[in-house]
Design a protein around this ligand. Structure first.
Ligand code: SF4
Ligand code: SF4
Length: 349
């Protein structure tokens, strides 16, 4: 990559840029869905294809993360008959640009680990979309309620091709990837430097669980009991989470011929009933408090034990924002830190 250059484009020039980019790319960005939220007349912000600068919602955190562009809520993997199967064709023919904040780009790095680096098995369906993706960084000019990216180091990234600092009628655009240079021929340059958040109001001391013994002791700690009645096992926190990736597969058999059908995968969650049910009806985590404990310990310990790259969390704050029971994830982490201290003190460590 060559040294980056920054340009200043007015709204009309940005829309002209988007029109030109759309010849090669589908542009995905957070879009406000009016009255599309959980409660009456509440809006929702989701990743959708955009065509103009005005389509992008850059003043608020998106309700759902960018992961949906790579892993749709439901997708057909293959079609089958009695004795053969055919992989579902990729509908997305063009390359993709995803407008995302630093935490969201770092979250996709975690998704990459899960789908591409897990025991050297690459997920074919994830990889074929992922290969098409470039990132357009969205500069965070202000933080949102409950963000704690600085506490987990996801406040910065250099994993982007272009970066946008949005203003109402214009944007400073840093071009890092030289394949985008030609879109900016004769455009006005700028001395603006894209910045990253350096501090959040919310500071989280992210717990560290050094070994499996400590993790096992934490499993028995009474701190989880309060969640038995508070958590309703709805899974809303994991569906909104930028890094959660659990899915289930279902065979849909066509009614006119039961030997023909398709296999789909659909978002699921370790937080919902039935997720861990095995043949014979046995399940590992019947109680809601056990489900919640599993989720938290996986974010803090399980993922890092496998990949050695730190927490499975980028501090985006979506889980707490989505929880209908107002369960605060940062508060849970605080309680976990106390529990760790307590266990260590008892052991004299
Ligand atoms: S656990 Fe919560 S704060 Fe962390 S990445 Fe998921 S939604 Fe964001
Ligand atoms: S923590 Fe909240 S959002 Fe998550 S499953 Fe429990 S009640 Fe639902």
């Amino acid at each position: 990559m060559a040294t980056s250059k920054t340009y200043l484009l007015e709204k009309e020039e940005i829309n002209e840029l988007f029109t030109n980019l759309e010849k090669q790319y589908v542009l995905y960005a957070p879009v406000k869905i009016s009255a599309g939220g959980r409660y009456q007349e509440q809006d929702s912000i989701m990743y959708k294809p955009i065509h103009t600068y005005q389509d992008i919602e850059f003043n608020e955190r998106s309700t759902y993360s960018a992961k949906e562009v790579l892993t749709p809520i439901t997708q057909t993997l293959f079609y089958f008959t009695d004795d053969e199967f055919t992989e579902a064709k990729l509908k997305q023919k063009k390359n993709i640009i995803i407008f995302a904040r630093s935490c969201d780009i770092n979250a996709i790095k975690i998704q990459d680990q899960i789908y591409l680096e897990n025991g050297n098995i690459e997920d074919f369906f994830y990889k074929r979309v992922r290969n098409k993706v470039k990132f357009a960084l969205m500069e965070c000019s202000k933080e949102f309620d409950g963000c704690f990216c600085c506490s987990v180091g996801s406040n910065k990234t250099d994993h982007y091709s272009i970066a946008f600092s949005f203003e109402k009628e214009k944007a400073h655009i840093e071009v890092k990837d030289e394949t985008f240079d030609h879109y900016f021929n004769s455009k006005k340059t700028s001395h603006y430097q894209i910045s990253f958040p350096t501090e959040n109001k919310l500071k989280v001391n992210f717990p560290v669980i050094e070994n499996i013994d400590l993790a096992n002791q934490l499993k028995k700690h009474p701190m989880w009991d309060e969640f038995e009645n508070r958590c309703i096992a709805c899974g809303a926190c994991t569906i909104a989470c930028s890094t959660c990736s659990c899915f289930e597969t279902t065979d849909i058999v066509y009614t006119e011929n039961p030997h023909i059908g398709e296999r789909r995968r659909t978002y699921s969650s370790c937080m919902i009933n039935g997720f861990d049910e095995m043949a014979g009806g046995n399940c590992f985590r019947k109680k809601n408090s056990e489900k919640y404990r599993y989720k938290i310990l996986h974010k803090v310990y399980g993922h890092n034990a496998r990949f050695q790259t730190g927490p499975m969390c980028v501090g985006c704050g979506r889980c707490s924002a989505r929880c209908p029971q107002l369960i605060s994830y940062p508060e849970t982490l605080k309680k976990l830190c106390h529990a760790i201290k307590e266990i260590k003190q008892k052991k004299g460590v």
